[in-house]
Design a protein around this ligand. Structure first.
Ligand code: IMP
Ligand code: MG
Length: 180
């Protein structure tokens, strides 16, 4: 039985583990080929649980930093406007950057963040997301490592929230329509 407010389980704990393990393998393979310093940048808050599991599946030396941006105001509809809430502490020059997002929806957030990070002259910028909703895309963004594509439904859990709730669910579930 899913939790209160959740209509159904979309991705179980076990499936998440498999997705994250496979992403870790792909990312490891990529950076072993490339070489160089790797900085993994998590977009707060949504990516914090995914990020914690992902980096433990990457067998390549790395450092981490976090960037906080927001586009949603307690709603399931993106405002389209992306605000910087907390900047990185690490200079990007000379580093390979891997940006980690929980979910790519319209693509607005990723596009803005990638543009910002590239302007700081890193060696490279690659993107990783646990989930992607391709049918909702408004701007084209290149996703280098994607866990899973999902249909156009609002999902919560494993770090993803609705109005700051449900982040602690160990699975990804579809929000019940009556919760919004
Ligand atoms: P975008 O800028 O429209 O791509 O939206 C990206 C951000 O919106 C993600 O980082 C999430 O924080 C949030 N978001 C988009 N879809 C969902 C969802 O289904 N559940 C929870 N958050 C979402
Ligand atoms: Mg997010």
């Amino acid at each position: 039985m899913p939790d209160r407010g959740i209509a159904s389980v979309l991705i179980s704990e076990q499936e998440i583990r498999t997705l994250v393990k496979n992403l870790g393998l792909e990312i490891t393979r990529h950076y072993r080929q490339t070489g160089g310093d790797l900085l993994v940048v998590g977009l707060l808050k949504g990516s914090f649980i995914f990020m914690a599991d992902l980096i433990r599946n990457i067998e390549y030396p790395l450092t981490v930093d976090f960037l906080a941006v927001s586009s949603y105001c307690d709603s399931t509809i993106s405002s389209g406007e992306v605000k910087m809430r907390m900047d990185l502490q690490t200079p990007l020059q000379g580093r390979h950057v891997l940006v980690v997002e929980d979910i790519v929806d319209t693509g607005q957030t990723f596009q803005k963040v990638i543009g910002l990070l590239k302007s700081r002259n890193p060696v490279s910028v690659k993107t990783c997301t646990l989930l992607s909703k391709p049918s909702r895309r408004e701007v084209a963004v290149a996703i280098d490592f994607c866990g899973r594509e999902i249909p156009d439904e609002f999902v919560c859990g494993y770090g993803l929230d609705y109005a700051e709730k449900f982040r602690n669910l160990p699975y990804v579930g579809v929000l019940e329509a009556s919760s919004t």
